[in-house]
Design a protein around this ligand. Structure first.
Ligand SMILES: [Zn+2]
Ligand SMILES: [Zn+2]
Length: 242
């Protein structure tokens, strides 16, 4: 048995397929679905529809300017899209992308992510990379799994244009300022992306330092525009857990 198959088997023991991935209860699930009707409803309620900044979809209080945009969160990014608030079930699915049945957990996220960009033109989806050794340890890069599923839904090709060239500390263990330093020079774009309109894909956006650093490298190699689509966006005071 390959390591991946073994991991899938263990994941299936922890999250058995007849159980809902959201509430962990045995439920009647529709063919191929991982969430029960109630959990699907909960996830719907976390969509970034209103009370978010139109430029970056960060949660904002009515009548207040967007703190994320004001603090330079969009530096080097033309636009940021996010499907869900990093909260409740959406947060649980993002954690399951790292430690659970990745393809299943990605499915409800990527479906909403594809909807977020419907009608917008992009030449390629660029997954935010993991450092090669970390990816080998984990078996898969969650951003690539999301990108592959979004590609299937939208027809936009995946282009692995960015590589991570050194190990970094875990971003969630650092404050905003240190996060920026931590990822500085950690990425490299090995391809010529001249004139391309690109969409970075990630699972969670907190300060956005990682995406900004990737965007910088893509622009050096000639990208015409770089946007970011994350499955979730962390709001006020929510820490990016794992
Ligand atoms: Zn459920
Ligand atoms: Zn904003």
């Amino acid at each position: 048995m390959s390591l991946n198959a073994l991991i899938a088997k263990i994941a299936d023991l922890i999250f058995p397929s007849a159980r809902c991935l959201g509430c962990d209860e045995p439920r009647d699930l529709e063919e191929g679905a991982c969430l029960c009707a109630e959990c699907r409803e909960e996830l719907e309620s976390l969509r970034t529809l209103d009370k978010v900044c139109p430029n970056c979809q960060s949660p904002i209080k009515k009548g207040h300017p967007c703190a994320y945009c004001l603090n330079g969160g969009m530096e080097g990014l033309d636009r940021a899209y996010a499907a869900f608030l990093y909260h409740g079930l959406a947060q649980k699915l993002v954690i399951a992308l790292k430690f659970g049945p990745i393809e299943k957990a990605a499915e409800p996220l990527s479906r909403e992510m594809a909807l977020q960009i419907s009608g917008v033109r992009f030449d390629a989806l660029v997954p935010v990379p993991l450092y090669q050794i970390n990816e080998r340890e984990r078996g898969m890069n969650q951003s690539r799994v999301l990108a592959n599923q979004i590609s299937e839904l939208t027809g936009i090709p995946v282009l692995e244009a960015v590589k991570k060239i050194r190990r970094t500390k875990r971003q969630s263990s650092l404050g905003a300022k240190d996060r920026k330093e931590n990822v500085k020079g950690a990425f490299e774009c090995a391809l010529n992306v001249s004139g391309m309109e690109l969409l970075l894909i990630d699972d969670v956006r907190t300060t956005g330092s990682t995406a900004r650093e990737c965007a910088k490298q893509l622009r050096i190699k000639g990208a015409k525009s770089v946007c970011l689509l994350s499955a979730t966006v962390a709001g006020h005071g929510e820490k990016h857990e794992p």
